[in-house]
Design a protein around this ligand. Structure first.
Ligand code: ADP
Length: 188
């Protein structure tokens, strides 16, 4: 099985690109953000707890998303691999992912990092707010907090994965198609 991580700041276009990547390479796209929004929409106890954190731009506890990921690995069949979007987001999650893969006798296939400047993050999320209506996209202060959280908790993962030799950066500026071609040329 292939295990790819799609990495990048909020609004980098991970969700947009993930669909095309999953289709082309027969991967299951797993977005922890989408899974959490599903729990919120279903009104589960987990969703209720997650909503308060997400709406303020905070991360949910590591164990919550780690459990979701392992559950998908255990239950999804009929694909050639998985494409993780929004996970891992902390060093603790990255360590646990390695453990989960180790238990399965598997290893990461690659980390693809979509890079865009902070100034563009704001613009893209404001634009997405008009289309998708996500509560965590509605307030500038929440978006700013998510950008800060990305820099403090998630960006350190770049060094973590660079040392593994399976890390590639892609310029996330330009059209959706341009970015997609950059990503496909790496995965081939
Ligand atoms: P974005 O890429 O715009 O930040 P996501 O849909 O990936 O959007 O995530 C939305 C929110 O869900 C995050 O701000 C965070 O609160 C929560 N979340 C998603 N993935 C994780 C994760 N791996 N660890 C902790 N919280 C997460």
């Amino acid at each position: 099985m292939k295990y790819y991580i799609l990495f990048g700041p909020p609004g980098a276009g991970k969700g947009t690109q993930a669909g095309a990547m999953a289709e082309k390479f027969n991967l299951r796209h797993i977005s922890t953000g989408e899974l959490l929004r599903g729990e919120i929409a279903a009104g589960t106890p987990l969703g209720l707890k997650a909503k308060a954190l997400i709406d303020d731009g905070n991360l949910v506890p590591d164990e919550v998303v780690e459990g979701m990921i392992e559950d998908k690995f255990n239950t999804v069949t009929g694909v050639d691999g998985f494409l993780l979007d929004g996970f891992p987001r902390t060093e603790a999650q990255a360590v646990v992912l390695d453990e989960i893969l180790g238990r399965r006798g598997e290893a990461l296939s690659g980390v693809i990092s979509i890079m865009i400047p902070d100034s563009m993050v704001m613009d893209r999320i404001r634009h997405r707010a008009e289309i998708e209506g996500r509560a965590d996209d509605a307030r500038d202060e929440v978006i700013r907090h998510r950008i800060e959280t990305y820099h403090s908790k998630t960006e350190p993962l770049i060094a973590f994965y660079k040392s593994s030799g399976r890390y590639t950066e892609v310029d996330g500026t330009g059209t959706v198609e341009e970015v997609r071609e950059r990503i496909f040329s790496i995965m081939k």
